[in-house]
Each structure stands twice: as C-alpha cells, then as structure tokens.
Design a protein around this ligand. Structure first.
Ligand code: GRF
Length: 315
C-alpha cells in the first residue's frame, strides 16, 4: 500500500509536479491523493488536474487563519491523506494545524537551514557573499522553517549569479531532493527494522526490561521473566508489522477491534489477554505507543516493582 500524500501549494507548483512525476515510478512508496491551495488561481492546480489528481482550493481571503486551516485540514482528511507535503505554500500555519500533522508534515525551503529562514533566501546568500546556497526538506513544527532537517542539497553560487539564476539552479536541486526525501521518509514508517527499533527504545526504557528472541520475534520482558511486548513482523506471512501488548481481556480486545479494525487485531496463538497494534499504517503516534508499552509492563510487573510506582503516584 502506498503512502497517501496531500500537497499544499500557492503558486507555480513545480515542486508539486516533481513529486507527482516521481510518484508515477512503480517503485515510488507514495501517491498523491490531493493537491490543495489557498489560491484558486495557482498554476499548479491545473497541472495536477490535468494529471488526474483531485484538487481543492479555498481562498484564505475573508477567513481567519484557524478557520482557513480547518477547511484545508478537512479536505486533506477527506482525501484520506496520511502525510502533508508543503510545496511553496505561502501561509503561516496555525498551531492547531501544525499539531494535527505533527511528525507527518514536510516542507521544502530554498536555503541550507538553519541558515536563512523566511523569505528572500537567495538574495541574502548572495549579499552575504556565500559560496554555496541550497535547499532543505524539513519536518514542520510550530516555529517557521525550524523543524528537524530530513535532507539537503548544496548548490554552488557562481560568480555573477543573480537572485533569478541562482533560484533556477536551486529549483533543479529541489526537484531531486523533495521526491527522494519524501520517499525515504514514508518508507521508513513502514520499514520493519525502523519500527522494531522504535519499539525497542520504548520497551527497554521500562524498569528492569530486557530483550530476547521468542519464536523469531523480538520480545521484551522483565528481568528474563514475564513478557510485556512483542514485535510481530510478517508472522505466518501475514505481512503485518505490529506491536503485541497485554490488555485486560476479551472485552477490551473486542472494544479496540471494534473501534478501529484496521489497526487492532486478535493475535493468533496469544489468546484474549493480548492485542495486536499495527505499526505499519504510516501514522504512528509514538507517545501513544509508549503508553501502551508502559501499561503492558505494569500489567505483568512484579509487586516489588509496581509498589514503588504506586507509592510515587500517591504523592
Ligand atoms: C520553492 O523554491 C520552495 O523551496 C519554496 O517555494 C518555492 C515553490 O516553488 N518553499 P514552486 O511553486 O514549487 O514552483
């Protein structure tokens, strides 16, 4: 299953086009399910529509920031997108919108971040007599152009470069960088090794936790004793990567499966006391998964370990 991406643009949309054409390669791990804009006249919307990609546009004029972001958010969710790629989207986003897409929204910026956040990046690089400019793809956080950098390409500045000639070459670099970085990013979120490593970090952070291999599965227990988490990778060729944790019993299991049958399942051979939580749907909330693991640890931990925690909670 390919990762579903919504691309947000305000203008020419040439980076969007680069993402779109890369997505036509059979091996590309993402697909574009929506191109949305705050500018109904954005040229990029025509490119997307001609390529058969659903488009959506609502002007921000006359709407306050939160209201406009909410309209965009609804359209993105409606399209079934799991990630958002900003590509020349000239809007400052509300903190609510950023929070909703935390860890799943990328942006491309025409400088070597953390240098030259904001506008006029090429002009500033030339004025500063820099010898290299470039482009960065980063995760979007509440601060403008500030989130963790996922990839960069340097572009040498030629003697005599103007803002325009430099911008043209940086764009060529952008067309390489964005599709590749986005592809690597979404692939990571379905990669069993990456997902297992994430669980490992969370599980081994529990008191007295250790790891063994059980029936080929990475398995986390307390001091070689009771187990509180397993990572199931393609178990019996089910092609799932999932976390198995303890729950209270069949009722909780049924309730979870009922609430989200794609994510939760009854793990074969484990019985009613466990639930499988898919990790390969591309939208993991690692804080939430950490809570599952801690809860599961607590369900099997010996009294002498939990007593201290109970005491701590009383105060
Ligand atoms: C790109 O240079 C990008 O780095 C910046 O806005 C520009 C968008 O251009 N965020 P286009 O609309 O993709 O042609």
């Amino acid at each position: 299953m390919k990762a579903r991406i919504a691309v947000l643009i305000s203008g020419a949309g040439t980076n969007m086009a680069a993402l779109l054409y890369a997505a036509k390669l059979p091996s590309c791990p993402y697909e574009i399910v929506l191109v949305a804009s705050n500018n109904p006249d954005a040229e990029g919307l025509k490119i997307a529509a001609t390529e058969g990609i659903p488009t959506f546009a609502v002007s921000h004029i006359g709407l306050d920031r939160a209201a406009h972001d909410a309209v965009m958010h609804d359209a993105i969710v409606e399209a079934g997108a799991v990630y958002v790629a900003l590509a020349g989207y000239m809007r400052i986003l509300s903190t609510e919108f950023v929070a909703k897409w935390d860890g799943r929204m990328l942006n491309i910026h025409p400088s070597l971040l953390p240098k030259y956040k904001g506008l006029h990046t090429h002009q500033r690089a030339i004025q500063a007599k820099d010898t290299v400019a470039g482009t960065s793809v980063h995760l979007v956080t509440a601060e403008l152009d500030d989130g963790p950098v996922l990839g960069q390409i340097e572009v040498a500045i030629l003697p005599g470069d103007t803002t325009d000639t430099l911008a043209d070459r940086v764009k060529m670099a952008e067309y390489q960088l964005y599709p590749k970085t986005l592809a690597d990013f979404v692939a990571r979120n379905t990669n069993p090794e990456y997902l297992t490593a994430q669980v490992r970090t969370l599980a081994l952070a529990q008191p007295e936790a250790d790891e063994v291999l059980s029936h080929g599965m990475p398995c986390f227990g307390i001091n070689g004793g009771k187990k509180f988490a397993y990572v199931s990778v393609d178990h019996h060729k089910d092609s799932k990567t999932a976390l198995l944790v303890k729950i209270s019993g069949v009722e909780e299991q049924a309730m979870l499966i009922d609430s989200d049958a794609e994510r939760y399942y009854r793990p074969a051979y484990f019985g009613d006391g466990w639930v499988g939580i898919r990790l390969d749907l591309g939208d993991n909330d690692w804080d939430h998964i950490g809570e599952w693991i801690a809860k599961s640890w607590r369900a099997v931990a010996p009294k002498k370990l939990t007593r201290l925690m109970d005491l701590a909670e009383e105060f």
